[in-house]
Design a protein around this ligand. Structure first.
Ligand code: C2E
Ligand code: MG
Ligand code: MG
Ligand code: MG
Length: 281
């Protein structure tokens, strides 16, 4: 692109581009080393059942502690990992670590379902179902205690093979959630074609919920459609009691967001399981 810009007045533009490119390359090099250097860890964010006010599952979220940069957000490094086979290794590490942790909670008498994000590239991997079932087998986690989250975009682009992957996971009892619902495509035909159990309404709709009007109409429509298809609905990004109560009153099934808890280290999860939130009235 710098070449196309020609000889005149190119310096500022190409310097900016070079900086960006350098940062990108440097980050990729350190990302390759992050797994063997054990710079990753998982945090867990509760998902609260609106009807009972209790935690029924936790979402595993990846954190990368870079030796000099500090914490790098997943929105920055996941897309980078997604460009290469790195995501396969990182994704497997996430899955294994989350399953080992959930198996420990289960053995300690505090069973809680764990949900794990799958990137679009992972989702396209042949043998994904076999890999996930093998990890369940090795860690001793009951399949019912695992749910995978895939994005709307990945499902829309997906092939018959991907549908079979989900089918196989479903047959073994693994849950399947559609993440960031409402941000992607407009065709909803895939909802009836794919074995999906849970829709996660993107937090942009929850954000605008209290302004009345459009966002509430969207949330109502999603709930009505999902429930008539037999799906559960999770609201993402619930930050206030008002939002939580409104969503509970609209019969949204699960609530997730800073109002209940930020993502926390595994050690903090058991004490959160004792908590109860009153969402009626
Ligand atoms: P996501 O799967 O939609 O996860 C929810 C994101 O929203 C998390 O950001 C979470 O910390 C944030 N969040 C939760 N509650 C609130 C709230 O009340 N307000 C606001 N403003 N934000 C809230 P996080 O951890 O930074 O992750 C960002 C994205 O990175 C995730 O979005 C997911 O797409 C991706 N990601 C994270 N971990 C993994 C992973 O292990 N594998 C893959 N493939 N992607 C991951
Ligand atoms: Mg997610
Ligand atoms: Mg999401
Ligand atoms: Mg998101």
């Amino acid at each position: 692109q710098a070449k196309r810009a020609g000889r005149n007045g190119v310096s500022v533009y190409s310097a900016g581009l070079t900086d960006q490119l350098l940062r990108h390359m440097e980050l990729e090099v350190s990302l390759r080393a992050a797994l063997p250097r054990q710079e990753f860890h998982l945090v867990y964010q509760p998902q609260v059942e609106a009807a009972t006010g209790r935690i029924c599952s936790v979402e595993a979220l990846l954190r990368w502690h870079h030796p000099t940069r500090g914490l790098v957000p997943p929105t920055e490094f996941i897309p980078l990992a997604e460009e290469s086979d790195l995501i396969d290794h990182i994704g497997q590490w996430v899955l294994r670590t989350a399953c080992v942790q959930a198996a420990i909670w289960s053995r300690d008498g505090r069973p809680v379902r764990v949900t794990v994000n799958l990137s679009p590239r992972q989702f396209r991997q042949p043998g994904l179902a076999r890999m996930i079932l093998a990890v369940l087998d090795q860690t001793g986690l009951a399949p019912q205690l695992l749910e995978v989250e895939i994005t709307e975009g990945a499902v829309m682009e997906s092939t018959e093979a991907a549908r079979q992957t989900l089918q196989e996971l479903q047959q073994h009892g693994v849950g399947i959630a559609l993440d960031d619902f409402g941000t992607g495509y407009s065709s909803l035909a895939y909802l009836t074609r794919m074995p999906i159990h849970n829709l996660k309404i993107d937090r942009c709709f929850v954000n605008g919920l209290m302004d009345g009007g459009e966002n509430e109409a969207i949330v109502r429509a999603v709930l009505a459609m999902a429930h008539s298809l037999g799906l559960r609905v999770t609201a993402e990004g619930v930050e206030t009691l008002d939002q939580a109560r409104t969503l509970a009153a609209l019969a949204c099934d699960l609530l997730q967001g800073y109002y209940f808890s930020r993502p926390v280290a595994a050690a903090h999860v058991p004490s959160l399981l004792d908590r109860h939130w009153a969402l009626d009235g």
